[in-house]
Ligand binder design. Sequence first.
Ligand SMILES: Nc1ccn([C@@H]2O[C@H](COP(=O)(O)OP(=O)(O)OP(=O)(O)O)[C@@H](O)[C@H]2O)c(=O)n1
Ligand SMILES: C[C@](O)(CO)[C@H](O)COP(=O)(O)O
Length: 228
Amino acid sequence: MKVNAIVLAAGSGSRMKSKTKKQFMTIKGKPVIWFALNAFQKSMVDEIILVTSKEDVDYCKNIIKKYNLTKVSSIIEGGKERYNSVYNGLKETKCDYVLIHDGARPLINQQIIDNCINGAIKYKACVAGVPVKDTIKIVDEKGIVIDTPPRNQIWITQTPQAFEDKLIREAYENIERSDNALITDDAMVVEKYGNAKVHFVEGAYDNIKITTPEDIILCECLMQNKHV
Ligand SMILES: Nc1ccn([C@@H]2O[C@H](COP(=O)(O)OP(=O)(O)OP(=O)(O)O)[C@@H](O)[C@H]2O)c(=O)n1
Ligand SMILES: C[C@](O)(CO)[C@H](O)COP(=O)(O)O
């Protein structure tokens, strides 16, 4: 059984509003992207496909060399939207199961990776996540509450998202032929165009995505007691 991971680092990080792209900012002396790459390096994943922007390929090559990330088998160019980057990565993989992960989620751990691999084997399509702790409200464009859905039906969706390779490949091929507006994760591609039900597997509350400036501070705090 061959398991590959696609790690995404081709975003512009516009919500971070920083000079350095968020995936290359430094936490505990290491670039953010290193944490995810290192987690997969230490896991049972066979190969890592790193997706990044053309202008960052050389920088990524340096990181891979410096930290001896031997499982990174290729660095490929991303696309305009996240799903374009994922599809470019998928074209580069050939395996039985594939894990797709945001390079901007440095707090991924071995347990989550294992949960995703086992979930993909069991269900063909799964995503890491956790139930929401807050009450969530649906609002209209004026900010007026329309509905308060039952909290036990709402989960925070994280990455990795893991799939049987054939299934996710076919689902992505289908979006090429369809209206692909507002696709923000890979589970959605399977929900809309794939041939399996997507199951949640246990993620972690600290498996946050670095998106806005306070996430860097939060991440540093969360990492303080961890051995990474
Ligand atoms: N065209 C894109 C867009 C996003 N990503 C990656 O997908 C992950 C999650 O996306 P997000 O947090 O939205 O990153 P950005 O698109 O970079 O951020 P923003 O939306 O604030 O511009 C990140 O690791 C990002 O690098 C990517 O590889 N290619
Ligand atoms: C894939 C994802 O991280 C799951 O939460 C998320 O959907 C990415 O969305 P973004 O709009 O690119 O932040």
